[in-house]
Design a protein around this ligand. Sequence first.
Ligand SMILES: [Zn+2]
Ligand SMILES: [Zn+2]
Length: 286
Amino acid sequence: MLHLLLQIAASGTTLVLLGTGTPRPDPDASGPATAVVVGNRTFLFDAGPGVMRQLAAAKLPINGVAALFITHLHSDHTLGLPDLIFTSWVMGRQTPLVAFGPRGLRAMTDHIIEAWKEDIAIREDGLEKEVPGGYRVSAREISTRVLYDSAGVRVLAIPVEHGDWTEAYGYRIETPGKVIVVSGDTRPSAALEAAARGADILVHEVYPEGRLAPEPRPGGQSWPAYMRAFHTSDVEVGRLAAAAKPKLLILNHIVRMQGTDEELLAGVKRGGFTGRTVIGHDLERY
Ligand SMILES: [Zn+2]
Ligand SMILES: [Zn+2]
């Protein structure tokens, strides 16, 4: 009986918003990173700047995660990757970091390791005596839909459309307790909408439709066209969620352009979604 209860407790699923920010260095919103914790396994989605400190703040493992899934190679989603690779090693990681992502991820991780080769030599050969090779990454460029399927957890790649990027992904995470879908960066995506049907939680990027205007800077004329090609407005998220009907919609990676929470929530309603919607903040758990 106790064994059964422990098993049930171990299969509980928690979503932790580690970083809800954008490229803007907001001290209150760390770079994009989302954790799904199932028992003693932590699955990490994106490695934006600050990811290691946010893992520590959330009391999640700082010596390696079960697997990392990168949505796309934009810098705001990957600047924490060197931190994740090297700090988790220094904090005790001994096995390769399993990292899934789009084509180009392997070259990126190879270059990161090359860039820090002097650090690696000092830590391995000097008096720190770190575990040789403990920094390694097993980079897996996505070629199948099901990326992870083990002990009751499945992670599926959802190809999304993010402007000029040839590859960008959202992810659907199925656990014994919950179905969670994270959008990554995307314009309104039919594939994501299908993947989010009936999900317990949809974490979606957003910007306020009503604030979209050319920016007063060289090249700023194309800002609205950029946003429409690369991102999803509050009204569009509302439309998508009205079709997919998640039990909870979390707005994340908010390109605010001075828009308020109230405006964003009203935009979602205008799009047709009347279900539970919240603005995501760093270190919240669901
Ligand atoms: Zn982004
Ligand atoms: Zn992006």
